[in-house]
Design a protein around this ligand. Structure first.
Ligand code: HEC
Length: 472
């Protein structure tokens, strides 16, 4: 009896050990993992500081790779694996972590280059999509220091006729000053002036903080609107309302530089004669920079089956201002005066936010967005029969990584979705610039946001209106 137990235990151990290749080499075992999970960022022209392409590139980082993957810092991925299912999940399997760790621990050998997989044919020019249409934004001067408000600017969309866009990417000229860039396609209005930056001049004290409730978030009376023409340094001020509004068809954020709808056979229709309204947010980094950002698109030859829709985007979508429960389209961040994080609060719960689905929907994207005090985010779906399901749990939100979680959840009419965000304004939060301040909603990263962005697929000809109502 005793012997039997020992034998089977031995067999189990041997089976466990045999899963790990022996020896582990770069060419045969490590490179396939890097190609699949790392090179999208770790190649020249992308966000990561060093390429992980050749043996020579990678060898000096063997120990750092082991440390980063065993701590699950790399690849960046923050969704709790207990909940939801994500089609772009790039977190490593345990066996892959073990291979990278063993490689570092056993001398990080190259092995036979003949065992290496073929190199990935990455798109050229720094792109992740290989765009068919490219728009060059005008050069934008960013001073060495100071606060730049979000600036909006309109251009004619770069398409001659009705066009289904099937992927979009923003390629920053200088990623170190581009905090984020968003854009949307809008119907042209005669009042729109092209090539003119426009922004809300937010009253700020000497530390850069706005007066509470006056952060440019929402339409407040007496706002000062600033404008500057491309190529000119003259800033004109007036009181009133902005002529451009910020919508969010697509945003460039760290970790989120492109969107590709081709695998869903989906796209976004841009009617002929549309404008593109771009919202730019630069941060200063101590040296003056002239940024030249590009926007790239692929376009469909024949109309795709589905359309891709994000909340807050499109003609009828309510944006930033409070919306009635019967809101026509999709919801957006609303200015909420109750949102106020006390100094040193380590676990502030954001105001309750819940929506109701008025039609069946196919939910494909979740992008929780908060700023530097963001601590956690959770999306909870309650089906009409009362069943509850957490579809995304981000227990440790990290402002430095604005990830979009791609999923596929069929949401029936009558379902409700609740969003719970928490915030850490204590000194324990290493991203916190000042734990002794009250923090209100606003556009700057030291102000806060609670934006549970959602993306849907709808039939190509479906009406976007009336999909969602805000329940509270
Ligand atoms: C989404 C983009 C992205 C992906 C995917 C990614 N990285 Fe990174 N990586 C970065 C960026 C940006 C940095 C630098 C900032 C940081 O350390 O957070 C970095 C830093 C690192 C570092 C340096 C950490 C340190 O201690 O300084 C290592 C090692 C690393 N990555 C390994 C990997 C490996 C191995 C993979 C794949 C298994 C991977 N990364 C996937 C973007 C990425």
């Amino acid at each position: 009896m005793m012997r039997l137990v020992l034998v089977s235990l031995g067999a189990v151990l041997a089976a466990g050990a045999s899963e790990l290749p022996n020896p582990v080499t770069f060419s045969k075992d490590v490179l396939p993992i890097l190609e699949q999970n790392c090179q999208s960022c770790h190649r020249p022209g992308q966000a990561a500081p060093m390429p992980l392409i050749s043996y020579k590139d990678t060898r000096p980082w063997a120990k750092a790779i082991k440390a980063a993957v065993t701590a699950r810092k790399m690849p960046p991925w923050f969704a709790d694996s207990k909940y939801g299912h994500f089609t772009n999940d790039r977190s490593l399997k345990q066996i892959e972590i073990d291979i990278l760790a063993k490689w570092a621990d056993t001398g990080a050998a190259e092995g036979d280059p003949k065992d290496a997989p073929a190199p990935v044919a990455w798109p050229t020019g720094g792109w992740n999509i290989q765009p068919e249409v490219v728009m060059d934004l005008p050069a934008h001067e960013v001073p060495a220091k100071g606060v730049l408000e979000w600036e909006l600017i309109a251009f004619p969309a770069p398409f001659q006729k009705d066009t289904w866009v099937t992927s979009m990417e923003i390629l920053p000229g200088d990623a170190s000053v581009v905090h984020h860039i968003c854009f949307s396609f809008e119907k042209h209005k005669p009042s729109i002036v092209y090539n003119r930056y426009e922004w809300v001049q937010v009253p700020r004290d000497e530390t850069g903080n706005p007066t509470p409730g006056n952060s440019g978030f929402g339409e407040l009376p007496g706002m000062i609107i600033a404008t500057r023409d491309v190529g000119s340094s003259e800033v004109k001020l007036r009181q009133g309302h902005a002529t451009l509004r910020q919508n969010l068809d697509f945003c460039y954020l760290p970790g989120n530089t492109y969107e590709d709808y081709r695998s869903w056979n989906a796209g976004k229709l841009v009617p002929a004669g549309s404008d593109i309204v771009v919202s730019l947010h630069y941060t200063t980094n101590g040296k003056a920079v002239s940024d030249r950002t590009k926007i790239g698109f692929t376009v469909a030859k024949t109309p795709p089956q589905k359309k891709y829709v994000v909340q807050g985007a499109g003609e009828d979508a309510p944006v930033i201002t409070p919306t009635p429960a019967s809101s026509k389209a999709l919801f957006a961040s609303t200015y909420n005066p109750q949102f106020a994080i006390p100094p040193n609060a380590s676990n502030y719960q954001g105001p309750q936010m819940e929506i109701t689905f008025l039609k069946d929907a196919e939910l494909v994207g979740l992008r929780p967005h908060a700023h530097v005090r963001g601590k956690s985010a959770q999306y909870r779906l309650t089906y009409p029969d009362g069943r509850e399901e957490i579809i995304l749990n981000v227990p440790h939100y990290d402002f430095n990584w604005q990830l979009a979680y791609r999923t596929k959840v069929h949401v029936p009419k009558g379902a409700r979705m609740r969003f719970d965000f928490s915030y850490d304004n204590s000194a324990n939060n290493r991203n916190n610039p000042d734990p002794n301040r009250w923090v209100y909603q606003g556009f700057q990263s030291w102000e806060e946001m609670m934006a549970p962005n959602l993306a849907f697929l709808l039939d190509r000809d479906a009406d976007v209106g009336g999909l969602i109502a805000i329940s509270n």
